[in-house]
Design a protein around this ligand. Structure first.
Ligand code: ZN
Length: 274
């Protein structure tokens, strides 16, 4: 068959061809090409079905979510060697629901942290992505945008203290443990420290889960100024009554005699500063 066709082309007296002959030749070429395409497509379909690559499109499987629009979905287009999707309706997926957003240690910390933060009029948000707290000063089209974005897009802050209404970030609290001793964690911590310092966002690192310890450090981050000496107020414990109070950090060093302030006054001053 092939030889006859080739001989016909070689031996044909092309000089004396009529237009009708040329049309017939073109039609034969078109027919052979179409036949060839159909054969190739069929072979692809068989191979795909055989290798299990023939996964239905998501909208072809009737589920509760798409049962209404299944009839209007356009006919699936055949794509040779379409990659098998990782996630599709009915797939056996290696996922399960977490018991909590927090680990056990974070949970223990959160139970103590939340009432303290609420007392001073703020709210705690857990596991906040850095890129949701921090924005870039560069435009996407500008050089190095993606390089800097990458540094904040996949890292999370353990806890973000926010204004209760506007959710404006006020302070970051990181609960550090032994996992922070690895080189990778140290690098990540250093990046967080540098960035928070650069944008003027308070960052508190806590290792000891203790209510008094946490409250003292939380309050000290607001740097309530002493009007007497320019130092800052620290939270101290009255050794006789065990009550907390605010006192100037220079009380011992320079004998600043600024009066101590009650925790209600501390709360007021923080509200004025935040
Ligand atoms: Zn002072």
């Amino acid at each position: 068959m092939g030889n006859i066709f080739i001989n016909f082309i070689i031996e044909a007296d092309w000089g004396s061809l009529e237009i009708a002959d040329i049309i017939i030749v073109l039609l034969i070429v078109l027919f052979v090409f179409s036949l060839f395409t159909i054969i190739i497509r069929t072979v692809f379909r068989v191979i795909q079905a055989f290798l299990g690559f023939f996964i239905p499109e998501e909208d072809e499987v009737i589920t509760e979510e798409n049962s209404e629009d299944i009839t209007s979905s356009p006919k699936k287009q055949f794509k040779p060697f379409r990659k098998k999707p990782l996630i599709y309706w009915g797939a056996d997926l290696p996922y399960k629901l977490n018991k909590s957003l927090l680990t056990d240690r974070e949970s223990e910390f959160f139970k103590i942290l939340e009432p303290i933060v609420n007392k001073y009029g703020f709210r705690v948000k857990s596991k906040v992505r850095m890129a949701d707290v921090i924005n870039l000063t560069l435009d996407e089209s500008q050089k190095n945008y993606w390089k800097y974005f990458k540094e904040i897009s996949q890292k999370h802050f353990d806890f973000c203290i926010c204004d209760p209404i506007s959710l404006a970030p006020v302070m970051i609290i990181e609960l550090d443990d032994k996992s922070h001793e690895s080189e990778k964690a140290k690098k990540s911590d250093r990046i967080k420290n540098i960035i928070c310092n650069h944008i003027g966002l308070k960052l508190l690192r806590i290792t000891l889960i203790d209510a008094i310890h946490i409250e003292k450090h939380f309050v000290s981050k607001f740097k309530i100024p002493c009007t007497n000496c320019g130092g800052i107020y620290m939270i101290r414990t009255n050794s006789k009554t065990d009550e907390l109070f605010g006192g100037c950090s220079n009380f011992q060093e320079t004998k600043c005699n600024a009066p101590t302030i009650s925790m209600d006054e501390v709360k007021l001053r923080i509200a004025q500063l935040a």
